[in-house]
Design a protein around this ligand. Structure first.
Ligand code: SF4
Length: 430
């Protein structure tokens, strides 16, 4: 390709995203959660960034990933890097793009994705393209991408909307009487919130409260057929594979097509898990006291948003989601909070929570190369089943060679058991 330029791989002077590029360069972002990403995009646009969420899929993504990432690397890394390179292969504005990658900054391999991506870009001839790391651990200090308090507050507002919208959509879509109603209402809300965020509105406490209340009322008014109970299926697993349709072969769509009610825990859980771990690290190991204090403050701040979400549903037919402070304790007796590589104890806590909420059928989405999630997912299933006898959990592996048919057949077996267990007079509880 004539647009590709060789870069010395031994050079550590990687290209930076500088402040003067903010207005001229488009930031490419991998798609993980459709609703949330649409809202985050508007926040970034409002802050003056040019942004594009990548939606390219298909075999080329895996092929490019396999070409430039070692095949024993985690599958999410392979997919994200493959998606970037496939996207670049089809662009003609290569001198005006920047790639953005999110990192947790924890002990897991996700903290190395940035370097894997840079290495892959050099090999693919795109080493001159800057990469931005979006992380909560200050991993990149010289980036033109600025984490201002204003930006963070706005992203938190978008996250609150995204979690509630995803929750309500999941509650309704399987029971809708008029096909497409739930999607249309979800899209209507994405549009309304996007317009608000793009124009700098919708982020104050009052606005969030008003929007969440109206959102819950709108979904409560959808026409649903609640005469027959359907299998309730929860999805847990490694964060990318759990949420990204590209990673899990459109798992949510498949489950809905099989007449199942799907529940995917919100993104707040993972974010709060990361902050809670800072507090745990200080209390148990005497680590960073300042970070523990900041994390406590953030947990308090987010709890106020959680309260708004819960209250918005109090006069509707929907069971409100639990507080993080409640969910976190559910892993007690199964897995200690010291287990925090990858999704760590949160994965276990989410399985326990889903079972408590009636989603006793669980798919644990496990990517190839992910040891932490095999331990906190597959590794605790026996123990969970000994506590909850009705738990119907299946671990599904996702890797470049796994076939969709094979994955779906295993899920169908799990659903067959779930359907058998439903009794004629079982009531639907949303
Ligand atoms: S959680 Fe698993 S898939 Fe994600 S970086 Fe860690 S090892 Fe890799």
């Amino acid at each position: 390709m004539e647009n590709k330029k060789p870069v010395d791989p031994t050079s550590f002077d990687y290209p930076r995203f500088k402040e003067d590029m903010v207005k001229t360069h488009t930031i490419l972002i991998p798609n993980m959660l459709t609703i949330h990403m649409d809202l985050f995009e508007q926040v970034l646009l409002q802050q003056g960034y040019k942004v594009e969420i990548m939606h390219n899929e298909g075999p080329n993504v895996v092929t490019e990933g396999l070409k430039y990432v070692h095949n024993d690397t985690c599958y999410p890394a392979l997919l994200v890097i493959g998606q970037f390179i496939d996207n670049l292969n089809h662009r003609d504005d290569l001198d005006k793009v920047v790639l953005l990658i999110t990192q947790t900054g924890g002990g897991c391999r996700a903290s190395n994705y940035l370097h894997l991506l840079r290495k892959a870009l050099i090999q693919a001839g795109y080493g001159y393209i800057p990469v931005v790391s979006l992380n909560m651990s200050n991993l990149e200090k010289d980036s033109g991408f600025k984490y201002t308090p204003k930006l963070v507050f706005k992203l938190v507002a978008a996250l609150t909307y995204g979690d509630e919208l995803m929750y309500l959509r999941n509650k309704c879509q399987t029971y809708e009487i008029n096909k497409g109603d739930t999607k249309a209402l979800t899209d209507k809300w994405i549009k309304k919130l996007s317009d608000d965020l793009k124009n700098g509105h919708g982020t104050s406490y009052r606005d969030i409260k008003k929007n969440l209340n109206q959102m819950a009322i709108d979904f409560d008014n959808l026409e649903l057929d609640l005469s027959h109970k359907k299998p309730k299926v929860g999805i847990v697993g490694e964060i990318y594979i759990k949420y990204a349709a590209l990673g899990n072969n459109h798992l949510e769509d498949f489950l809905v097509s099989q007449d199942a009610e799907v529940m995917v825990p919100g993104l707040y859980g993972f974010m709060l898990y990361c902050f809670y771990n800072n507090i745990y690290d200080y209390e148990i190991y005497g680590k960073n006291k300042k970070m523990a204090r900041i994390s406590k403050l953030i947990l308090w701040y987010i709890k106020r948003r959680e309260t708004l979400m819960r209250k918005s549903m109090q006069n509707t037919k929907f069971t409100p989601m639990n507080y993080f402070s409640y969910t976190k304790d559910l892993s007690d007796g199964v897995l200690d909070h010291g287990t925090k590589m990858g999704e760590g104890w949160l994965l276990t806590a989410e399985m326990m929570e889903l079972i408590e909420e009636g989603y006793e059928n669980i798919i644990c989405a496990q990517p190839f190369g992910c040891l932490p999630n095999h331990i906190c997912g597959k590794g605790v299933m026996k123990k969970i089943k000994s506590i909850h006898k009705d738990a119907n959990i299946v671990a599904i592996d996702y890797d470049p060679s796994a076939t969709k048919v094979n994955q779906e057949n295993r899920i169908k077996l799990m659903l067959a058991i779930a359907k058998e267990r439903i009794k004629e007079d079982d009531k639907v509880e949303l």
